[in-house]
Design a protein around this ligand. Structure first.
Ligand code: SF4
Length: 341
């Protein structure tokens, strides 16, 4: 089966989900999407496994009404042309709202479910914006998941970006190699190799949260990338009930490093509406992450970061004890307060 047909035949409805797993599930107003090949893996790992918790709707999803619609302020920084410009020298480019799976903890789950204007397509405007802002030297493909687009479509974007003199770096943020490993086909490898010629650097950041996601098929796909000389990094989200132990994270990062993936970021969970059952305080996160420094060498240790709620950007989550910015203070519980002089 090709990754495209696997994608087409994915579980998309509550009825299909109950039929496939032969059990009852809570209903949710958020979309549902799991390719059957990946659903088989979830089934093998079983209820309450890290895979199950990440992709099967939980009752808390609908019941817990705390959290933010736009936890990291994508809308505040959206340029209305598929670009989110939060930092001076780089932009997020969102060419699709489609993902290879729907992760129940996703920080963009409300925007993606609502097909937010954030994803309005206007590539001509996007290119114009990049040309007019030459301080931007990097385009980060995100979404949705950019690898759900065809190699031809991605090649077209890369070609266009390479014609803008100031763009030197490209990055793809993706969950696809874990969910649909056969997506890493010859055409995609050729695309990444050509990107290395078009830009100073072209990188792939794989989103992976637990060692159970690294089965032989996924490792095989990653090996294809690294053997082709493609720079591969990982991003992990710290999630309550999924990977919230020092040992689980140490094992994941060491295994990634062994297969030549550089652990890049460990994200503190965002305060997303519908995903607060995965959330934990900054203090709890620090208790888990701090001992990793004793267990892992620096080259296998990702940076633990938190996106300041509301959209002020990413900061290191381990130290210092408090961060102050724009007249506000983020304390060790992750609570944001106004600084009073
Ligand atoms: S693949 Fe990424 S964008 Fe898509 S649902 Fe999962 S976390 Fe969200």
């Amino acid at each position: 089966m090709t990754w495209q047909s696997d994608f087409k035949e994915a579980i998309r409805t509550h009825e299909d989900l109950e039929l496939f797993f032969e059990t009852k599930f809570p209903t949710t107003h958020y979309p549902l999407f799991i390719p059957k090949s990946f659903a088989e893996k979830i089934k093998i790992h079983g209820e309450n496994s890290p895979l199950w918790k990440q992709f099967i709707p939980q009752v808390d999803e609908a019941q817990n009404t705390t959290g933010r619609l736009d936890p990291i302020g994508d809308k505040t920084h959206s340029k209305g042309n598929q670009l989110i410009h939060r930092y001076q020298n780089r932009v997020l480019f969102t060419p699709t709202t489609v993902c290879p799976v729907i992760c129940r903890y996703c920080f963009r789950k409300n925007e993606l479910a609502a097909k937010d204007e954030l994803f309005n397509q206007n590539f001509t405007e996007a290119k114009k914006y990049l040309i007019e802002n030459p301080k931007i030297n990097e385009v980060v493909f995100t979404g949705g998941d950019p690898l759900i687009l065809s190699n031809e479509k991605l090649a077209g974007f890369l070609q266009d970006f390479s014609e803008i003199e100031s763009i030197h770096f490209v990055r793809f943020h993706t969950r696809t190699p874990v969910i649909l490993p056969s997506r890493i086909d010859e055409g995609f490898l050729a695309l990444m190799m050509s990107a290395r010629v078009l830009f100073k650097r072209a990188m792939l950041m794989i989103h992976i949260n637990h060692g159970d996601e690294l089965d032989a098929e996924v490792v095989g796909a990653i090996n294809l990338l690294t053997e082709a000389g493609i720079e591969v990094y990982s991003q992990t989200v710290l999630l309550k009930g999924v990977n919230d132990s020092t040992e689980t994270l140490a094992e994941l990062f060491l295994r990634l490093a062994e297969i030549k993936v550089t652990p890049y970021y460990l994200h503190h969970p965002d305060e997303a509406l519908g995903a607060m059952h995965f959330h934990m305080s900054l203090e709890a996160g620090r208790r888990i992450v701090q001992p990793l420094h004793d267990l892992l060498p620096g080259w296998a240790l990702p940076q633990y970061v938190i996106d300041i709620p509301g959209g002020e950007g990413k900061v290191p989550a381990l130290n210092p004890e408090n961060f102050s910015f724009s007249g506000k203070l983020l304390n060790r519980q992750g609570i944001l307060t106004k600084i009073t002089q």
